[in-house]
Design a protein around this ligand. Structure first.
Ligand code: MG
Ligand code: MG
Length: 634
């Protein structure tokens, strides 16, 4: 698959954009007119630079408002086109995007449109240029890709073809299957963009909310599958207008973009195989080759569970106290490293004091159980995930690590059927538990239930694609949670069986990156069999619970009509409660140390959520605490 990207996707100058595209490994780019007009580089400079960087200049765009106009306007439009064709020959480019008329078309007549496009194609032919005609989703008369293709067929000129843009097609919910009926020679270009499903006018949706494939909710593998089955072999190019990407680091966005195409290529191959199987084609059909070669990646299954969570801290006393009070057992220190292991059932928490000087406690790393750490790591690296190096002694387990977009370290660990982890043998015998702490037996069935990570706004979409592509987690529809300092967008990424649940919270945009973790705390949640017993034992050990306001319990009673004794227990222990058709959810939160707090949960029945109705209460109480703390400091 030939990969491409429009320069409009990226921040910076044309030169910076081109360099970033080359570094990220794109085959070619689309030159967005405005990037050239505002550049100090001459067309000849751009041409040379592209050649030096090994980048093809695959498409010049956009040429707007050409067709369906009066004779006077047509004359002016042809003059305008000729100037651009001249410019393109200086750039050494041969394909221009012409989008369906939005503004100046006054005549709704396919015959007239075809005759005007025929004149354009003829002129283009004189300059050796190909015109790719695209139906904009909000085109005045032409807004459907099949309509655009009908016009191309009517004109029947070698220099006129069509451009298929996934956004314009999927935003209008057009059926993508008829793409297969398009003559491949007439598909001059293919653009891909994903988007969240939003209810708003299509133009604003397109200009601000497009995202890279895998970061939204469009069925792009299916779209691409039909394009491949049509026989298309040209560039597959990202055209993503997005407010965030235009402000983000250019090289980083280019890598994120490339990752999205590598992933889409694999997903398209999978879709084709699945479609062939569903159509009963047999193994030959499933293995059928198409003119476009699709590369695949090392295959991974969903992770089977969390292997561990790691919190980094300089001063570990408060963390140790919290874990002890929750009923975790101290399993000792690592043989060679400044690292402690705490466990409850199969839930393992590492406290890492290495290279943590003056660091407030924060979630630093997560381990996931995978079938094969080597294969999973190879896949992640092919998806351009940065590798994390960890110093290990000769006889210690080597962890395959990659860095997530928010720089959380992700370790791919060898899962075992009984949920144990061999590396725990590297930790010494259990040392002294703190004063007043005893080993708890109530947590035998405990596991890490979910981990909640705050994401800086610049890296949120990138994080969704990272966990989708590298770790095979499935993004769930996102929710928005009100908090005293803004709406928090909450994106659950999880495995089908719910064994791994990762919640990405987007901090409101005005937060400086260094403030994100401080203000939007992160947490590790542990599931236990009996939350009331866990809470009582923790209270006896002196745990400081997040205090839930009495108003909450009145509201809870109004909503759920709870048995009075049960409601009193919830209130007494500061427990939160939720219920839906599939089951019940009980949970409580600890106070925060540094930027991290813990949550204990009990899932009853098949409850699959996270107590979302309770999240605003948690945010408000934590906000109150921070205000108090800062008042005390001043
Ligand atoms: Mg387009
Ligand atoms: Mg939670």
């Amino acid at each position: 698959m030939r990969t491409g990207i429009a320069t409009v996707c990226l921040s910076g100058t044309l030169k910076e954009k081109m360099q970033a595209c080359a570094i990220a490994g794109f085959d070619g780019i689309e030159i967005f007119e405005q990037d050239l007009v505002t550049s100090t580089l001459s067309p000849e400079d751009v041409r040379k630079m592209a050649a030096d960087l090994g980048l093809g200049l695959d498409l010049y765009q956009p040429f707007r408002d050409f067709d369906g106009v009066t004779p006077d306007l047509l004359k002016a439009n042809l003059r305008r086109a000729e100037a651009k064709f001249g410019l393109m020959s200086r750039l050494g480019m041969d394909t221009i995007l012409v989008c369906s008329n939005v503004a100046t078309a006054t005549i709704d007549d396919d015959g007239l449109r075809a005759s005007q496009l025929a004149q354009l194609a003829e002129l283009a032919g004189d300059h050796g240029i190909k015109v790719a005609y695209e139906a904009l989703a909000w085109g005045k008369y032409v807004n459907d890709y099949e309509h655009a293709y009908r016009l191309v067929e009517m004109v029947d000129h070698p220099n006129l073809g069509t451009c298929l843009d996934s956004f314009h097609i999927l935003s209008r919910d057009w059926d993508t299957a008829p793409i297969e009926d398009i003559n491949a020679d007439k598909i001059f270009f293919v653009q891909v963009a994903d988007a969240p499903k939003l209810t708003m006018d299509v133009l604003s949706w397109s200009r601000h909310y497009r995202v890279f494939p895998g970061e939204g909710q469009f069925e792009l593998a299916k779209f691409m599958g039909h394009v491949v089955r049509a026989g298309y072999t040209g560039p597959v190019s990202l055209e993503v207008f997005n407010d965030v990407f235009r402000q983000s680091d250019v090289e980083r966005t280019a890598v994120d973009a490339m990752r999205s195409l590598i992933w889409l290529e694999e997903q398209s191959a999978k879709w084709l195989a699945a479609a062939a199987e569903a159509e009963g084609g047999g193994s030959a059909a499933i293995r059928r080759r198409y003119p476009m070669e699709l590369a695949t990646l090392p295959k991974v299954n969903e992770p089977a569970g969390f292997n561990f969570a790691e919190v980094k801290a300089d001063d570990t006393a408060q963390l140790e106290k919290l874990l002890g009070q929750l009923g975790f057992a101290f399993e000792g220190r690592h043989r060679t490293k400044d690292v402690q292991l705490w466990t409850m059932g199969q839930a393992r928490v590492i406290i890492n004091e290495q290279a943590a000087s003056h660091a407030e406690p924060a979630i630093a790393a997560l381990g996931f159980d995978v079938d094969s750490p080597v294969i999973a790591s190879a896949r992640a690296q092919q998806l351009k995930a940065p590798v994390v190096a960890r110093k290990v002694q000769a006889d210690e387990e080597v962890f395959q690590g990659i860095s997530a977009p928010d720089s959380t370290e992700i370790f791919l660990c060898q899962g075992s059927p009984d949920g144990t982890a061999a590396w725990t043998a590297e930790f010494g015998q259990a040392g002294e538990l703190g004063e007043g702490l005893e080993r708890s037996s109530s947590g035998a069935g405990a596991v890490i239930d979910h981990v909640n990570l705050a994401q800086p706004w610049q890296h949120f979409d990138e994080a969704v694609l990272f966990y989708t592509s590298a770790l095979a987690l499935e993004p769930q529809p996102f929710a928005e949670v009100p908090s005293p300092s803004g709406l928090v967008r909450s994106q659950v990424m999880q495995t089908t069986d719910g064994a791994v649940r990762l919640v990405l919270n987007l901090a409101p945009a005005q937060q400086a990156q260094s403030e994100v973790r401080k203000t939007y705390q992160e947490h590790i949640a542990f599931a236990v069999d009996n939350l009331v017993a866990t809470a009582r034992a923790a209270r006896e050990r002196g745990l400081e619970f997040l205090q839930i306001p009495a108003n909450y319990y009145e509201d809870l009673d109004a909503r759920f009509d709870l048995e009075p004794g049960f409601l009193a227990t919830l209130q007494e222990l500061n427990l939160l409660y939720d219920r839906d058709a599939s089951g019940e959810f009980l949970h409580f939160y600890t106070a925060t140390v540094g930027s991290v707090f813990f949550e204990m949960v009990e899932r009853r029945g098949n409850y699959d959520g996270y107590g979302a109705p309770n999240a605003p209460v948690r945010h408000a109480v934590q906000y109150d605490h921070r205000q108090h703390a800062s008042l005390q400091r001043h």
